[in-house]
Design a protein around this ligand. Structure first.
Ligand code: AQP
Length: 331
């Protein structure tokens, strides 16, 4: 029986963080045997924020190398850059013409993001439609979605319904959210009330997977905790410490209860020192692989081209059927 198709991506807005690793990529890795997986670098989505062109280009290569270094296998998965498959932008247009403005107006992420920036461009507004195109081009059965993306997947499902009503049901598959093991939500190191984000302006808030060991040590040791001294896992009242224990738990494979018992009577500082060592140790082989890949740009570009080629064949099939459905003349 054919494997189910799963698709996910991460926006190229910074280097991948411990949050992306624990919350998403670790999970993607565990799906690579069971599913037909497509994982992409969302570089078109990154353009919703003003980018320095040279930096974006370098970052996308680095991002792709980070996927590989974190263990996404280019033979088992289809790994590619979104902009290398122009069909994303083409399907995006057709879906944009099916999407009522009122539906986009309801998107809470747009409301949040547009309240925090002066650059409120139309791409930021229509971003969920491009996300729908990403999913629908590959006939994805399931999409792993975090809390913040649930509303966008719902919109994607609405768009599929509009399409089905107008053009019939044979071309676009209705995607379902992936209900699997959800990765933990990792919070900012300096402000544990908000999520750890790779585009955070304050780099003390996140650990990037390619930070040097010295930086990692410094960031974790200066993570904000409360003024109490008792080691407890209590995300509501001890958000900072609990965040550190969550990271510790995922990376060590020990439960937070076990860790709380282990550190009874010790200081928060002990948890930080041991966690910093564990993060450095966990990321050491990842960073070695990453630096090797970055030294060999030809090889990296070759893998990118292969991934894009595999993705394109599939995307072109869908787009051709969409063109026929919508009444565009195909040659
Ligand atoms: N802190 C986090 N904890 C757990 N999971 C996280 N993810 C991101 N941050 C955390 C998960 O990573 C996947 C890819 O996310 P994305 O890059 O597309 O966008 P995002 O969720 O907006 O991630 P960032 O790092 O916060 O990016 P920016 O700063 O550009 O907005 C998703 O599955 C996400 O849930």
């Amino acid at each position: 029986m054919a494997k189910k198709v799963i698709l996910s991506g991460s926006t190229a807005t910074g280097d991948l963080t411990l949050g992306n690793y624990i919350g998403a990529i670790n999970n993607w890795k565990s799906l690579q045997e069971e599913y037909d997986c497509l994982y992409f670098v969302a570089d078109l989505h990154a353009l919703t924020v003003a980018q320095d062109p040279k930096q974006l280009q370098e970052r996308c290569k680095s991002f792709f190398a980070q996927y590989l270094a974190l263990g996404l296998d280019p033979d088992k998965n289809t790994l590619f850059l979104q902009s290398h498959v122009p069909e994303h932008a083409e399907l995006n247009w057709i879906l944009t013409c099916l999407t009522p403005m009122g539906y986009l107006n309801r998107m809470t992420q747009f409301k949040d993001k547009s309240s925090q920036t002066k650059n409120i461009n139309a791409g930021l507004f229509t971003y969920p439609v491009l996300m729908s195109a990403d999913i629908l081009l590959y006939q994805a059965d399931v999409v792993p979605v975090g809390e913040d993306q649930k509303q966008h997947l719902e919109l994607c499902r609405d768009i599929v319904n509009f399409y089905h009503n107008r053009y019939g049901e044979k071309t676009l598959k209705m995607p379902e959210p992936h209900i699997g093991k959800q990765g933990a939500r990792i919070m900012s190191l300096q402000d544990p009330s908000k999520k750890m984000s790779k585009s955070d302006e304050n780099e003390k808030n996140f650990v990037s997977i390619i930070d040097t060991p010295k930086k990692i040590q410094k960031k974790i040791k200066s993570a904000v905790t409360d003024s109490d001294t008792v080691i407890e896992f209590d995300p509501e009242n001890k958000a900072g410490l609990s965040n550190l224990l969550t990271i510790y738990s995922v990376l060590s494979g020990k439960s937070t209860e076990e860790l709380v018992n282990e550190y009874q009577g010790k200081m928060y500082g002990h948890v930080k020192v041991d966690l910093a060592d564990l993060v450095c140790e966990t990321l050491k082989p990842v960073q070695e692989k990453y630096h090797d890949l970055m030294k060999n740009e030809d090889y990296l570009l070759e893998l990118m081209a292969k991934g894009a080629q595999k993705a394109r064949v599939r995307a072109q099939n869908t787009l051709k059927a969409v063109y026929q459905d919508t009444g565009l003349v195909t040659l």
